[in-house]
Design a binder for this molecule. Sequence first.
Ligand code: BES
Ligand code: ZN
Ligand code: ZN
Length: 496
Amino acid sequence: MDIKVVKFNEYKEAAEIKAILMFEAKEDFHMKFEDEAINNAISFVQENKEFSGKKGEIYTVNLLRKEAPSKIVLVGAGKGEELTVETLRKNVGKLVKECIKLKAATLEINVPALRKHFDMELAAKAIGEAVTMATYNFDTYKSDKKPVNLKTVTLLCCSQCDVTVLEEAIKEGIALGEGNLIARDLVNEPANILTPAELAKRAEVAGKKYGFEVKVYNKDEIISLGMEAYMAVGKGSANEPKLIVMKHLGNQENPEDIFGLVGKGLTFDTGGYCIKPGQSMANMKTDMGGAAAVIGAMSSIAKMDLKKNVVAVVAACENMISGEAYRPGDIIGSMAGKTIEVLNTDAEGRLTLVDAVTYIIRNEKATKVVDIATLTGAVVTALGSAAMGVVTNDDNFYNSLEAASKEVEEKVWKLPSFDEYKEQIKGDVADLKNIGGPKGGSITAGLFIGEFVENKPWLHLDIAGTCASEKPPTEYHSSGATGSGARLLYTLVKNQ
Ligand code: BES
Ligand code: ZN
Ligand code: ZN
């Protein structure tokens, strides 16, 4: 997909579809284009009250002619003063889906009154993001594939706009969109294909494409590193665990300042001997959604060459059943040296995450850590699929997350982390136990990881509710994986 910016007075081509972003204001309907057929169409739909510019409205007019544009699509932007980046993303998402349905190869987006109400740089970024994301469709395994014809999208800006600035904004939007799609693709991939080894390979492919370093450690190396909790989870599977370490060292001036990202990478979670019922297990290929978010974010970070040092770690494995698998009641060690009583083999994510957190702090010298994981069903009960649950030890860090969250519209909600909850995971026969009982399950799961962060500023993001969805959550999504967390992590790192 090619997304370009051209000043409207220098635009010499014509796309098959001419989209016009229109506000509810009457004067917008009196805007004149050179092409009389378009002016007539706009007057006609307004007079007949078929389109009024309301937020989310979309109206296609077929000009019934061969020459381009052969169709115009009017997109309602609502009231100018109420326009948000997210409305813009949703509008563009809807528009792109309409163009795909119409099988068009070229689209031009006219935004005649946008500059009056909105920052054009923000708008260009949102357009780059939404165009990229809205074209996605997971059809790898379909015999009957529906190709996307759309190849070129041109944003027409006004003569006062700085094209170079807008191009750079679009580039960032595309980088964010691509990071999100990498995450979606990984989550949509079934577990028979996406084993820990395959996940590692895909991280390497992304690393080559976007320019970040990837190193993969095998089972023996993981054992040598002392990652006993991680190994306990992974050893039941015939598909060996792979520890994936990714790096983008973009700030040579402050080499000590290292942002650590840790993603849960269970390529499948059966629950282990505390086996999940069929209905709950059905979607457990998505249990590497945290890993996907981290790989997607690293791709965007490297593509934009952010002046930040970022290390990302995924302790990839499968939670399976076999003669080698761990049991409820087992007491296991961890890389940090703390012992853990495994009271439920289905609370496996936290066991892999704590070793990844220790590794990133001790071996990679991360100075702050964010972990992201499809960790608990309890977070789905608490927050549904609209927001991720967050546990933290640092309110300033949380405030930065909240600010990033507003930029990308990936919602977050802070859960309390009072000492009372910490009591629930204190061990009876070991230092810790891996479940804290039925109450406050998302909090105790998060705080379990918090026991390993060695006083570093830390955020834990539980994306069990936001990672995948039966229905597209917005106009720029499709059903299945959402890519939850990739754009959020990029933005958080960038703003730090
Ligand atoms: N992978 C699951 C959490 C999950 C649930 C992800 C729903 C996506 C959708 C996790 O490993 C798990 O099984 N958690 C248990 C913890 C319990 C045993 C304390 C849960 O939530 O039931
Ligand atoms: Zn589980
Ligand atoms: Zn899990």
